[in-house]
Ligand binder design. Structure first.
Ligand SMILES: Nc1ncnc2c1ncn2[C@@H]1O[C@H](COP(=O)(O)OP(=O)(O)OP(=O)(O)O)[C@@H](O)[C@H]1O
Ligand SMILES: [Mg+2]
Length: 223
């Protein structure tokens, strides 16, 4: 499967915006791109400035998916997937999730899969998001905050990925200000050096102009 797995250093760090920008940029280049997110939680929370993850991803992917095709498992409470499933009286089935991801990718030129929270989030008590990325055999792109605390969170994520044998293609600091602070520029250089990785940046995006920010990402290198 050609594609990327977009993970992050935490929940709420910009994974969906990054994944959607990648989808929009690939679609703009004439690629048929499918999006996937194994589990969406927190649907009880009203959407803010941005639509729910599966809705935003479905709006920029161009392989004919509905939002429910993008995310086969959906829960209301804003809790970890394994717990959301438990509250709903069910258990997520890793094989079914992987099968749904492959079905989404079928006929597409690329699959962009967003994780859930960070790499060590349980989908079931014995199966982490990291295991799912391994099962899909996709390389990672890591969304991370630009500011204070990001060096630690990013290096922990890279180490957890590499320990498991995952291939990290790049870090993306998001949202990246037009005039980044000294701290932010220093964080970018420090992460690049200590992780031995490319650290790209994603400018502030609008939901209706995601290709504008995705276009500058070096997607050919990552794919
Ligand atoms: N490039 C960006 N442009 C605009 N806003 C951004 C950007 N990057 C991050 N944000 C901010 O971060 C918030 C969270 O982004 P996003 O929903 O993509 O995070 P996430 O990691 O997918 O969260 P979740 O764990 O819930 O899936 C956005 O609502 C927005 O406020
Ligand atoms: Mg998200």
């Amino acid at each position: 499967m050609r594609g990327l797995f977009v993970t992050g250093t935490d929940t709420g760090v910009g994974k969906t915006i990054l994944a959607a920008a990648i989808c929009a940029a690939l679609a703009e280049r004439g690629e048929r791109v499918a999006a996937f997110k194994p589990v969406v939680t927190g649907l009880d929370d009203p959407p803010g400035d941005w639509p729910h993850d599966h809705e935003l991803l479905a709006s920029v992917a161009n392989a004919g998916q509905s939002p429910n095709d993008v995310a086969p498992a959906r829960f209301g409470p804003p809790v970890s997937p394994h717990h959301a499933a438990e509250l709903a009286g069910t258990t997520l089935e890793p094989l079914d999730l992987a099968r749904a991801a492959r079905a989404a990718a079928d006929g597409a030129d690329a699959l962009v899969c967003e994780g859930v929270g960070g790499l060590m989030v349980p989908l079931t008590t014995g199966y982490l998001v990291r295991d799912f990325a391994l099962d899909l055999d996709l390389a990672l792109v890591v969304a991370a905050r630009p500011g204070l605390g990001t060096i630690n969170h990013t290096l922990l994520t890279v180490e957890a990925a590499r320990t498991a044998g995952l291939d990290v293609r790049a870090i993306v600091l998001t949202p990246w200000a037009r005039e980044p602070s000294d701290l932010e520029r220093s964080n970018r250089e420090t992460i690049a050096s200590l992780a031995d990785l490319e650290v790209a940046t994603l400018p502030h995006a609008r939901p209706d102009a995601l290709a504008d920010v995705g276009r500058a990402l070096p997607l050919e290198e990552w794919l």
